[in-house]
Design a protein around this ligand. Structure first.
Ligand code: FES
Length: 249
């Protein structure tokens, strides 16, 4: 397959950046988009040119490291699929494909397709964790947690932290991401002890770096783990609950 890739090149955060065209003549339908970039980079390096910078690690949809915007859609054309599991077969032979970094005010571009997503880490620091010193890990069946609650918590713990939800949101909101933490950690036994403080801290940190939620729902449409919009609704609910309870959890 022959694909023309229109790729965002930017030397560093301060540079202005712009699109450059590259033609890959020997793409195959079963290649992932990251393998397509690998193929292109091999030819760029062989020609003595700078390869295109992009993030990846596991390449199997687990780690959340990858993240490029393809034809305007975070991760690529397939819904709820990370960039590393998007494939060339989604495009027709001869297609023109635009690749750019995740776009959000919270994600400064580091280089080419790589963005700095540490704003998400600061949310985790602010409240997306359990601070209780729990000692060594107890046996899972020692936790007095009903099975259904454990399953519910796991549904939201599935978030891989890729940050596509923020990039997809016209407001740059992080409600899906933060709501997943609130529902996951607020359901498990030890996490319940900090439920109100977590909601207050996460909401405060979100106001620092992310936009407000207008319930567009774009976030859930791109989330590789299909975190549902109930996570978004949980943010306001948990914040109101925390306000009503005051200093108590
Ligand atoms: S590289 Fe790990 S999820 Fe894509």
């Amino acid at each position: 397959m022959r694909l023309t890739l229109q790729i965002w090149r930017q030397a560093d955060t301060a540079a202005s950046g712009g699109y450059e065209d590259y033609v890959v003549e020997d793409a195959t339908p079963e290649m992932s988009l990251l393998e397509l970039l690998d193929r292109l980079n091999d030819s760029l390096v062989a020609a003595g040119r700078d390869p295109i910078a992009f993030d990846s690690d596991c390449r199997e949809g687990v780690c959340g490291s990858c993240g490029i915007t393809v034809d305007g859609r975070p991760h690529g054309p397939l819904p709820n699929t990370p960039s590393c599991r998007q494939h060339v077969r989604s495009f027709t032979d001869g297609a023109r494909v635009r690749m750019e970094p995740f776009r959000s005010a919270a994600y400064p571009v580091v280089r080419d397709l790589v963005v700095d997503r540490s704003a998400l880490d600061r949310l985790i620091e602010a409240g997306g964790h359990i601070a209780v010193d729990a000692g060594t890990a107890a046996d899972a069946d020692a936790e007095p947690l009903p099975h259904d609650d454990a399953e519910y918590a796991l549904d939201f713990a599935a978030c891989i932290g890729c940050g596509a939800c923020v990039a997809a949101c016209p407001n740059g909101a992080a409600h899906l991401y933060a709501g997943a933490k609130l529902l996951h950690l607020g359901t498990v036994t030890r996490g319940k002890q900090e439920r109100s403080r977590r909601a207050r801290n996460l909401a405060g940190q979100m106001e620092e770096e992310f936009g407000p939620c207008s319930s567009y729902g774009e976030c859930a449409a791109v989330c590789p783990e299909s975190i549902p919009l109930t996570a978004v609704a949980a943010v306001n609910r948990e914040v109101v609950r925390a306000r009503l309870r005051g200093p108590k959890n």
